[in-house]
Design a protein around this ligand. Sequence first.
Ligand code: SF4
Length: 137
Amino acid sequence: MSNKVQSLSFRIIPERFHSQGLTYRHIVFLQGCSKRCKFCSNPETQCIIDPFKCPEVAMSDRDVVGVLKKYQHFLSPNDGGVTFSGGEPLLQPTFVRSVFEKAKDMGLTTCLDTSGHGNPRIWSKVRFIVWSAVRAK
Ligand code: SF4
């Protein structure tokens, strides 16, 4: 694993998640979105930044999996797992896929919160999704 997240405001937060039943999830907010919605609740994620120019704040997929491992004992028995949001996570499908693969191996559920960016070629890169929330924006 060597992919880097494009992120300056990357953050992971634990959250109770109700829309698929009550589970506990780690929400990973990825940097970058081109839609510029006026109602965006995370406008700080809209900038697309090269993580190799800001390595001090970039996280690798290995970093994210490391965080998930710390909470695996709690998440796994409760249908919990990882959710990618943003920003638009489908701007970084290879990264998302890499983390989802590892999360599935750890017995965690995976969810994608997306505006539906891209095309079938991009979507085919992101496998291992248990739930997805596609929002029209
Ligand atoms: S698609 Fe989502 S992340 Fe992107 S600008 Fe709109 S609300 Fe914000």
